[in-house]
Design a protein around this ligand. Structure first.
Ligand SMILES: CC(C)(COP(=O)(O)OP(=O)(O)OC[C@H]1O[C@@H](n2cnc3c(N)ncnc32)[C@H](O)[C@@H]1OP(=O)(O)O)[C@@H](O)C(=O)NCCC(=O)NCCS
Length: 181
């Protein structure tokens, strides 16, 4: 693949997706403090200090130079607050680079279309990078996340990994050409 590329700020109608910084840890620890956020993905909420260490490792980047760790916090512009995050791990794959994406929105901000707006913006941005394939892994019972993936143009495949279903979108430059199943 081409040299790894950095996350850039992405603006949408209501949101700013801002490249993750270690300084986001304190506010994000509160955003992500509801244990229910881990129902489908496992784990427990991080303390501010644990999140700071995690963000330090994440912003240092992948030890594998062929892999890019791209992370954004989601800022709700009107309320000047962070509400969640989106991420993409981009690495080499048979047909060119592949991005695995994920999204999380804090409990108080759920149900307002924030994950949908952020995931669409992320997928559009990836479509403008040299990344033809986008995948996400979603628990089969996770209806909200399946709706987000659908809105972002992904379709479910019949492949699963660790009990999660693989969703996929194949793009061609900035034109979405063919969801493949
Ligand atoms: C999945 C998640 C990101 C959705 O965030 P959100 O900002 O509330 O999502 P949106 O408001 O954009 O809603 C997306 C869709 O889910 C639906 N939805 C929201 N909450 C739902 C629920 N509890 N049950 C079923 N559907 C739900 C919405 O109606 C919408 O569907 P629609 O477009 O057909 O109306 C959020 O619930 C979350 O962070 N969960 C925990 C972390 C996680 O599991 N992330 C997924 C890893 S891939």
């Amino acid at each position: 693949m081409n040299a790894p590329f950095p996350a850039e700020a992405i603006g949408t109608a209501r949101l700013d997706l801002l490249p993750l910084r270690v300084e986001h840890a304190e506010e994000m620890a509160a955003v992500l403090s509801d244990p229910a956020l881990h129902t489908f993905t496992g784990g427990t909420p991080d303390s501010p200090e644990a999140l700071r260490s995690r963000y330090r490792r994440m912003t240092a980047g992948s030890p594998d130079p062929a892999v890019s760790w791209l992370n954004w916090v989601i800022r709700l512009r009107e309320e000047s607050c962070l509400t969640g995050y989106v991420q993409a791990t981009v690495g080499p794959c048979g047909d060119g680079p592949l991005a695995e994406i994920a999204w999380v929105v804090g409990a108080p901000w759920q149900g307002r279309g924030i994950a949908t707006e952020a995931a669409r913006a992320l997928v559009d941005w990836l479509g403008r990078q040299p990344v033809p394939t986008v995948v996400a892994h979603i628990h089969p019972d996770h209806r909200a996340s399946a709706a987000v993936a659908t809105a972002a143009g992904l379709t479910p495949t019949d492949e699963s990994q660790d009990g999660e279903l693989r969703w996929r979108l194949v793009t061609d430059g900035d034109v979405r050409v063919r969801p493949v199943g």
